[in-house]
Design a protein around this ligand. Sequence first.
Ligand code: PLP
Length: 420
Amino acid sequence: MSTSNAQPRRQELLNQYQQIQAKKLNLDVTRGKPATSQLNLSDSLDGILAGNYKCADGTDARNYGGGLGIPEARQFAADYLETTAARVMVGGNSSLQMMYQYVQGAFQHGVRGADSAWVREAGSGQRIKFLCPAPGYDRHFSICEYLGIEMIPVTMDESGPDMNQVEALLRNDPLIKGIWCVPKYANPNGVVYSAAVVERFAQLGKIAGANFRIMWDNAYAEHHLVDNPPVLANILALSEKYGTLDNVIVIGSTSKITHAGAGIAFIASSEANIQAFNDHLGIQSIGPDKVNQLRHMRMLKDMDALRALMQQHRAILQPKFELVLKHLEQGLGGKGLGSWNKPAGGYFILFDTLPDQADKVVKLCAGAGVKLTPAGSTWPYKKDPANTNIRLAPSFPSLAELDEAMQVFVLCVELAALDQ
Ligand SMILES: Cc1ncc(COP(=O)(O)O)c(C=O)c1O
């Protein structure tokens, strides 16, 4: 666009922006929370036990104990994570908490006894490190920052992290003790790791050693937005083949299946790792909320029932994703002002602005009453080197709110570009 064309267009957009400001909107597209209508799908959890607290093995779910989870929940989680019940622990309401507990435990107390504590391997003035495919999930990065674990960003493309980079970094630095992954419908860019990438992941333990852990956060395993969804290779089975099962920690939860704040979370690895983690958690708690585990099993029953429920979620979510994509295409398509992905599942759309524009767009949107995830938050230390990533989370607002928010968003993207 020539300067003479740009000036009137900029004025036109500014006028529209001021009109929107006068409406005093208060819209929020920040976090990937399920909408109330999605939570309602699982309200039968309430009262489902009807006084029957007996688990499959005859234990009383109301009492203490059962650190590994009730047997039927362990079997269910094993089916969900594609492994065996003996390799699974079912915990409380948050997989993020289990990830924190695992990493904190490994850092301070060791993956298998005090001698393997990561912190002992860092000499004076040195810190242990994690690889962080980026953009990624901000709360993974917060765990590292909180514990003082140094984060190294790793490049991603449409098939997953750059494995040449990952392997080279691991070969050269024994202080790298872990890597964060969201292997399916990654938060925030929707990427599904290819079979070749997963196969290379399963062999990383051979390079990185016994104390290295792949934190494989499969939070969106069944959260499809398309028919015939992509298939993620089974890292647990591949790791078993390569003799590296101890290096892999697979994580999931029902947070975006039943009630986000009151679901059940689970973790899978080698039996020895699960036992060691159970010992670690045994210091903190005399067992998880088994009543909630039992409620979930009475409702979810099996993978067929779970998949039927996920179709109901999809019916609510898909129109919201389509609406966001429609606005992006109609408002910005062909203008060269940004790019975005079309995810086959998960909870996010990643928008990339022109270089060095993301923070400006977020600020402009805030000025018009639309709250977006702060620019940079999808990167370690909240530093997006190109300042282009904006994570859009369509799930929580209503269609009407999303419609309004996206009108503001495309306007702000164009305005920021013309300002530049
Ligand atoms: C990749 C990923 N992992 C974990 C979580 C949180 O899971 P939970 O509610 O089980 O702690 C989220 C939530 O947005 C997420 O996107």
